[in-house]
Design a protein around this ligand. Sequence first.
Ligand code: UDP
Length: 308
Amino acid sequence: MCLDNFSTGRPANIAHLRKHPAFELVHADVSVTADVPGRIDAVAHLASPASPPDYLRMPLETLAVGSRGTENALELARFNNARFLLASTSEVYGDPLVHPQDEGYWGNVNPLGPRSVYDEAKRYAEAVTMACRRSLAVDVGIVRIFNTYGPRMRRHDGRVVSSFIAQALGGEPLTIYGDGRQTRSFCYVDDLVRGLMAMLDSSETGPVNLGNPEEWTVSDLAELVRDITGSDSEIQYHPLPTDDPVRRRPVITRAREHLGWYPEVPVADGVRRTVDWFRSRPYEDVTEGNVPHPHGGSPLLTAADSAV
Ligand code: UDP
């Protein structure tokens, strides 16, 4: 069963699953309710905006889904004696002072800045998940996901890989924020999904980093996308967003040793596959979805305030 409020996702992305007899879609906001009837073996809590422009547009909704949403999902797991998987993030490391980042690093997060709505929500999600393990013996697993990309991203999702590909294919300038020397480590979605399944099937508590240690500067990524698409789009420089992390690369020893997991798709291959996917769908399906709960799950919002 899949719960989604489609605040950033699209029903078209799960259209192929809806034919499956064991698949059921419930249009719900997990920060309001996660009541699901029937027996449940596992709860995977992946709900949250994850692209910076999305969570900056929906700050209270992002805090709500990381806090109340996580509590509701934990309650569902506890009630069913089910395993609980939390999708946390490399953003818990903030703008890291340690490089590369292993799970023992506590991070460098600005608790007041605009990104804190995502970072601190995920840090709270980790804290409440661990408290449920300690106090209520819920079987939990936490993964920290590093920049993931691939087919089914929205063209205008705002993250760097989808933005560069959409810009290159559209003949528009590639927008580099800052000087382009900041780094990220990009993981192809199929690798990430294998990692999530391995964590669900294990009894590890984590946290476990899931990411591809292949580290790229944003400028090199722009060149790669131009090469793969054959685009001659120019590069356009824009200001760096507030608190944009300078460097990011996961240490994945724990994932290798405890889950037998490591990424198999090099960035160049993954970007090629993603470009092919975007090329095969020149028009985005925006006909369905984007009907979130009127309060966005936050009691601080009224229907009239709702940002989306
Ligand atoms: N970025 C960029 N141009 C864009 C979108 C993002 O240069 O059009 C940069 C962004 O400032 C950051 C990096 O690419 O340094 C990764 O951004 P993204 O939003 O994909 O992920 P996150 O910042 O959450 O790691």
